[in-house]
Ligand binder design. Structure first.
Ligand SMILES: [Zn+2]
Ligand SMILES: [Zn+2]
Length: 309
């Protein structure tokens, strides 16, 4: 399968030499912004890498990666590292795998978009993934599948409606639905840094091979889980119009600079042709905001996870 929008390795945002010198198990893209690649998915760290710094964890990886997140946090922010908060781009299982464990350990607020709350307080499941699109990834992920919706309601806090993020001064959250109803991206105007979650990604997440090799490309949201392709297209157009300088996405390497911007604009322009599957359940019947299908019954979640295997 060809790449959606190819980019060269020159577009990478991190510096392997500097990362090796710091040796804190993260890839740094700005002095106070880094990410860690866990199995199949990224988490991001906001905050200067100094002892006692105030920092924030963005997304929490798959189930069983808490140890890796804690080790990276401890080497970046020193011992007993506890963040000021956790911010979620969305609640898919590969972004909330360690959420309950970490929230319990740290006892900190979890900020998310209110439209994502039903999935995070045990009220609803995501609509089942579409087995017609994507392919190989399903098998690769089988071991990480969730057993049902989680309930982290006691730590959950809504992102303020003015677009600010309480624990991240200078940042804005932007509603970027489509992949999920309450999906958000994080944007810092002064250096044009963008944390895009799964609104778009930089590797072909549907293919186990591409996930391992992480061949760089600008790619629409992971296909098998995207609920509404019209919303997803508007979200990518909104993000491309920001003309970001650096991007950290939920899957794939961080990227920076003009080539990345051109590729992102091309994805926005040609979204219909390169990112949207030719056919698929959510192409024919979008399950976006207000569709009545955006929240599935939590009672079916267990069944879905069995069907997916
Ligand atoms: Zn996702
Ligand atoms: Zn994801």
């Amino acid at each position: 399968m060809s790449k959606q929008i190819p980019v060269s390795k020159e577009a990478r945002a991190d510096s392997p030499e500097m990362d090796a010198l710091r040796d804190d198990h993260t890839h740094q893209v700005a002095p106070d912004l880094a990410y860690k690649r866990l199995a199949l998915v990224n988490v991001a760290f906001y905050g200067f890498p100094t002892e006692g710094a105030r920092w924030v964890l963005i997304d929490t990886g798959v189930f069983s990666s808490a140890g890796m997140i804690l080790r990276a946090a401890e080497s970046r922010f020193r011992t007993d590292a506890r963040p000021a908060a956790i911010v979620l781009t969305h609640g898919h299982f590969d972004h909330i795998g360690c959420l309950e464990e970490l929230a319990q350990k740290w006892d900190v607020s979890i900020f998310a978009h209110p439209l994502e709350f039903p999935f995070l307080q045990g009220e609803a499941a995501y609509p089942p993934p579409d087995p017609q699109v994507g392919g190989g990834m399903m098998a690769a992920l089988a071991g990480f599948y969730p057993r049902g919706p989680i309930d982290v309601g006691r730590w959950l806090a809504p992102l303020p409606s003015d677009g600010s993020i309480p624990v991240m001064p200078g940042w804005k959250w932007i509603h970027t639905p489509g992949h999920t109803p309450g999906h958000i991206s994080l944007w810092r105007p002064y250096d044009k840094a963008l944390i895009a979650g799964d609104a778009f990604i930089t590797t072909r997440q549907e293919s186990a091979y591409a996930v391992i090799t992480q061949e760089p490309e600008i790619h629409g949201p992971p296909m098998y889980y995207t609920q509404d392709w019209n919303e997803a297209r508007w979200s990518v157009q909104k993000l491309a119009a920001l003309e970001p300088e650096y991007i950290i996405t939920g899957h794939g390497r961080a990227m920076a600079g003009g080539e990345m911007r051109r590729a992102l604009q091309e994805l926005a322009d040609r979204f219909e042709y390169v990112a949207v599957p030719k056919r698929g359940k959510y192409v024919e019947r979008p399950a976006g905001i207000g569709s009545g299908h955006e929240y599935a019954s939590k009672d079916n979640a267990h069944l879905h996870s069995i069907q997916r295997k």
